[in-house]
Ligand binder design. Structure first.
Ligand code: G16
Length: 542
């Protein structure tokens, strides 16, 4: 029976860079989740007769939230919900499933790399029929609905058990519980040279994949250990847990320090990698050789043709604005387009759909291609493995080759977390006002060449996105970018992105922080970070 429950708008339901993320208790307090789900359904024009994919990264409250979503989908007239067994689906697997089954969209439950648990973070996002994050205009419609919602509909009766594969009715709606792994693993097998990778593993090449107690564990066990024959135990922290083993499933050298210790240790394997809470991010590290996400994108763009799925080359590449220009140099050498988009995977969607870009990537550890419409952690790992198998080189050798040929874009991101929102907003507003006066001024060793606020005109649909980050370019080719994160759940996170280019192979330095010291010092003076935030150093340096 359909229940129609009166409700009223709740403050703070504005989706950020990647859906709505809040503290778990906020989502758990009825009707926060209910209001948001109904706003999604209303914002996309209703779900009557539609097929939806539903799944999440298994974090605390995942299963109960899915029960609510299924009951609301049934009460709103959806025809079918396809659910990963146990409520589990990695974000790229969900994207693939939406596309493969021609579903009308999907609801993905995750707060990505943010910690999970009763006091940690939860999130929900809607992906459209192309399998990608909702566009800006759909997101705006969903948000508008949260502001005038007056009722939600929910089926009065328990949702079926999603622990077992099979089909069950929920009122008029069919709930189809599927194996969350096989379709995705088959897709990977269609793109990469599995026999070549298997041969390398059989020859003693050792890999360590850290699933960080999150969703990619079972996917990596199936693909790396079962299908490719990596040694048992190659996947570590491979059982997903609701609080990610009490950790922070963010694949960077800070949070994946266990893997870093292994890879820089005396008996390091040949290749290391990690993924995040929902499986869309990746970290790549060779023996004693960490690869920054921006460099990883550039190497993959350069050598993707070595994998069968990309043998015909790339139509174009795309990167988010704060990502380094390393990939631009590869695109220029290949004579293909390189698009610069705002932060947020949704901005790649039109370029991928239109066939203008084949590979995309971001500094925030996201890389992907037109095989789905999300970034894809395991895909990046497999493309690296395919390239290593095809070239017979080590990660360190590939990086050295790359820098020798293209130069090196030193890169680092400094994050100031849980800054008081007012202070962070004032810092950005004041710097924005100061930008026109910066060119020609000298700060320490560097002189400003130009400064602006990034905006984007989508080349496919002409939509305009303003206010996407403040940029300061220096005369020596260095760059600093400041923007506020759209994925935090407490206070504001100020991100400072730093880049400097070295094209002389004889001048290459090892440590990016040293190579970037002048730009770090200059932007601190320009923006007054230390004085305004009261922080003497960033909370996280990646
Ligand atoms: C999301 C988006 C990415 C973005 C990242 C960081 O990733 O999908 O496009 O780069 O957030 O965004 P921000 O700098 O605003 O925090 P994820 O993995 O969190 O879904």
């Amino acid at each position: 029976m359909i229940q129609t429950i009166p409700t009223q708008p709740i403050a703070g339901q504005k989706p950020g860079t990647s859906g709505l993320r809040k503290k778990t208790p906020v989502f758990m307090e009825t009707p926060y989740l209910e209001n948001y789900v109904q706003s999604i359904f209303d914002g996309i024009g209703g779900v009557e007769g539609k097929t939806l994919v539903v799944g999440g990264d298994g974090r605390y409250f995942n299963d109960r939230a899915i029960g609510v979503i299924l009951r609301m989908a049934a009460a709103n007239g959806a025809a079918r919900c396809i659910v990963g067994q146990g409520g589990l689906l990695s974000t790229p697997a969900a994207s693939h499933l939406i596309r493969k089954r021609s579903a009308d969209g999907g609801l993905i439950l995750s707060a990505s790399h943010n910690p999970g648990g009763p006091e940690a973070d939860f999130g929900l996002k809607y992906n459209g029929p192309n399998g990608g994050p909702a566009s800006e205009s759909v997101t705006d419609q969903i948000f508008a609905r949260t502001l005038d919602i007056s009722q939600y509909r929910i089926w009065d009766g328990a949702a079926p058990d999603i622990g077992l594969i099979g089909e069950a009715q929920l009122g008029p709606m069919l709930v189809e519980v599927i194996d969350p792994i096989t379709d995705y693993a088959d897709l990977m097998e269609s793109l990469f040279d599995f026999p070549a990778i298997r041969a390398v593993f059989a020859g003693g090449f050792r890999v360590c994949f850290d699933a960080m107690h999150a969703i990619t564990g079972p996917y990596a066990q199936e693909i790396l250990e079962k299908r490719l024959g990596a040694a048992p135990g190659a996947v570590v922290n491979g059982t997903p847990s609701p609080d990610f083993g009490g950790g922070h499933p963010d694949p960077n050298p800070i949070w994946a320090h266990e893997l870093m210790t292994t890879m820089y240790g005396p008996d390091a394997p040949d290749f290391g990698a990690a993924s995040d809470g929902d499986g869309d991010r990746n970290m790549i590290v060779g023996r004693g050789c960490y690869v920054s996400p921006s460099d990883s994108l550039a190497v993959l763009a350069d050598l993707a043709h070595l994998a069968p799925g990309y043998a015909e080359g790339l139509a174009g590449v795309a990167r988010s604005m704060p990502t380094s220009a390393a990939v631009d140099r590869v695109a220029a050498a290949k004579g293909i387009d390189c698009f610069e988009t705002p932060t947020g995977w949704k901005f790649f969607g039109n370029l991928l759909d239109a066939g203008r870009a084949t590979l995309c990537g971001e500094e925030s550890a996201g890389t992907g291609s037109n095989h789905v419409r999300e970034k894809d952690g395991l895909w990046a790992v497999l493309l690296w493995l395919n390239i290593l198998a095809a070239t017979g080189k080590s990660v360190a050798e590939l990086m050295a080759d790359h820098w020798a040929r293209y130069g090196r874009n030193y890169y680092s991101r400094h994050d100031y977390e849980e800054v008081q929102s007012d202070a962070a907003n004032a810092l950005i507003a004041d710097l924005r006002a100061e930008l026109p006066a910066l060119p020609g001024k000298t700060f320490g060793a560097l002189t400003v060449e130009s400064a602006d606020e990034f905006s984007y005109d989508d080349p496919v649909d002409g939509s305009h996105a303003a206010g996407q980050g403040l940029r300061v370019f220096f005369t020596n080719g260095a760059r600093a970018v400041l923007r506020l994160s759209g994925t935090g759940t407490a206070g504001a996170t100020l991100r400072v992105y730093l880049e400097a280019l070295e094209t002389d192979p004889d001048q290459l330095q090892h440590d990016p922080q040293t190579a970037l010291k002048d730009v770090i010092a200059a932007i601190d003076v320009i923006s007054g970070i230390a004085a305004r935030t009261g922080r003497s150093k960033p909370d996280v340096i990646t």
